[in-house]
Design a protein around this ligand. Sequence first.
Ligand SMILES: [Zn+2]
Ligand SMILES: [Zn+2]
Length: 110
Amino acid sequence: MSTDGPIFTRRRENFTCLRCATPVRGTGYTNHCPQCLWSRHVDVDPGDRAAECGGAMEPIGALSEGDGIVLVHRCVVCGHLRRNRGADDDDRDAGLALFGRPVPNPPPAR
Ligand SMILES: [Zn+2]
Ligand SMILES: [Zn+2]
C-alpha cells in the first residue's frame, strides 16, 4: 500500500452556468463554465461549498502561474474576489481574452 501524499476532497457537482446556460460537469476541482468561464460563489475556501451567496462570479482577469492559468473571478452580488485554477477544457480564447486586464486587489493564492 502506498497512500502517502495529500488527500483532496473531491466533490463532483454538476450545475448549469448562470451566464450562458451551459451544463457544466463538475470535476471536483473546477467550478467554472468551460465556455464563458463564469463561476458561482459557492465556496468560502476552495471546494468547501460553504458560501451562502450563490451569486454569479464574473471572470475579470487571468494570470499565468506555473504551468497553467489562474482565473480571477469577482462575485457580481457581493464583490468577493477569488482565484481559480484554469482547467484543461476551458475555452482557450475566452481565457486569453482575460489576459492583460487590470485585476483590482488580486486576492492571495491559497
Ligand atoms: Zn457559461
Ligand atoms: Zn457572492
